[in-house]
Ligand binder design. Structure first.
Ligand code: ZN
Length: 132
């Protein structure tokens, strides 16, 4: 097989204020999962997360959180989603990959400290995450 396109590496930059909001939201939702939509912009694989949106009609329980994608307005500033794993593992589940939304999925593991957040692509591969 030929791959003509250059392999481009995705990279996520997350604003510190956004990280703080995510962590406190996850703590508030514990022991249930919390889920939020990431707002920002992306350019050539570089994703900058600048804000959060609470999804309308979201549901959450101890092992699942989600929102019906069809209810979302089409908005180019939605770059992905973030949700928490109260069980303490930040690895994406099969369900997470099936419900992948946008360009990046951030997962926060319990106990929701600054270094408990990880970024994944739609194949479940890790993406480099930097707090800015
Ligand atoms: Zn999950």
């Amino acid at each position: 097989m030929l791959f003509k396109r250059e392999k481009f590496e995705r990279h996520v930059s997350l604003k510190k204020v956004v990280l703080d909001s995510i962590l406190s939201y996850c703590q508030m939702k514990h022991p249930n999962e919390g889920i939020l939509i990431l707002k920002g912009k992306s350019k050539q694989g570089n994703i900058l997360v600048e804000g959060l949106v609470i999804p309308p009609f979201n549901f959450s329980g101890p092992s699942s959180a989600g929102f019906p994608h069809s209810f979302l307005p089409f908005d180019m500033s939605y770059v992905g989603s973030v949700h928490s794993h109260p069980s303490g593992s930040a690895n994406p589940s099969v369900t997470d990959l099936h419900n992948f939304f946008g360009l990046v999925s951030l997962i926060v593991q319990s106990p929701y400290h600054d270094d408990d957040i990880f970024a994944w692509d739609s194949n479940g591969n890790p993406i480099k995450l930097t707090i800015v």
